[in-house]
Design a protein around this ligand. Structure first.
Ligand code: ADP
Length: 255
């Protein structure tokens, strides 16, 4: 599949500790296309975060394989954004967003210029000298995204990145961040327990079974939108139908 950027094939993974073995994933197979926005939903504890840890290379599959199809045969760069922004309070916003570049010795004038541009695009240019605690939750999440995007990853792994935000902020920030990511033409894998978020932001939704997770169903999402405003996605005529179908798959799984 040449337009795939990654493929997980028959992947199984168990955690082993003193209390025994927990099989998190069993024969999990799916692929993601370059530039695609994939949302993954499933019952709590079914193995969603484990999938991201495997893709990020923090864990290795026990069985099966993960193949990446990078440009020029190189492995695509991977950025990982978590529920908590993990901004460092003792560093200014500028020092936070450039942290990854600093660690990788890539804080070149060109990369600094790109970061400044992003700060401007995302409305944070006036906050570069502030400390994280002086910013709202939504602004902090934008700063965390800039820090991730500064490293120019090809694939973004998002693990419930909006769940710590209040509902109102979450609606705007998630739509905003999805717009930013789309315009940067990144491939995204979003884990969320919020079905509205999954349907309104993604191109495709994978529904996982309970642990050990494998793919139960998948839905390609096509919403008729009046413009490119993702906030309007929830008003699209097809939205409720997708939401109900996914909800049904998930509630069968929870029973
Ligand atoms: P999800 O993200 O879907 O909530 P996780 O991938 O975090 O699920 O976890 C899948 C299962 O593996 C859960 O039952 C969890 O308790 C277990 N698990 C996760 N991490 C560990 C670990 N480090 N050691 C043992 N079990 C773990």
């Amino acid at each position: 599949m040449t337009d795939s950027i990654l493929k997980m094939e028959d992947v199984s993974f168990s955690y082993h500790n003193l209390n025994g073995e927990t099989t998190a994933l069993q024969n999990l197979t799916f692929s993601v296309k370059r530039g695609e926005f994939l949302a993954i939903v499933g019952p709590s504890g079914c193995g969603k975060s484990t999938i991201l840890s495997l893709l990020a290379g923090l864990l290795a599959p026990e069985e099966g394989g993960i193949t990446f199809y990078g440009k020029d045969g190189k492995k695509p760069g991977i950025g990982y954004m978590l529920q908590h922004d993990h901004l460092f309070e003792w560093r200014s916003i500028w020092k936070n967003v450039t942290l990854g570049l600093e660690i990788q010795h890539r804080l070149t004038p060109e990369n600094k210029r790109k970061v400044r541009e992003m700060l401007q695009d995302y409305g944070l240019e006036g906050f570069v000298d502030k400390k994280p605690s002086e910013l709202s939750g939504g602004m902090r999440q934008r700063a965390a995204l800039i820090r991730t995007l500064a490293l120019e990853p090809d694939i973004l792994l998002l693990d419930e990145p909006f769940s710590a935000l209040d509902y109102q902020t979450r609606l705007t920030v998630s739509a905003d961040i999805a717009r930013i990511i789309r315009s940067a033409q990144k491939t995204v894998i979003l884990i969320t327990h919020d079905l509205s978020e999954a349907v309104s932001l993604s191109d495709r939704v994978l529904v996982l079974t309970g642990r050990p997770a494998h793919v139960k169903a998948e839905f390609s999402i096509h919403l008729t939108l009046p413009d490119d405003s993702l906030l309007a996605a929830r008003k699209a005529p097809e939205y409720t139908e997708y939401f109900n179908q996914i909800w049904e798959e998930l509630s069968n799984e929870n029973n």
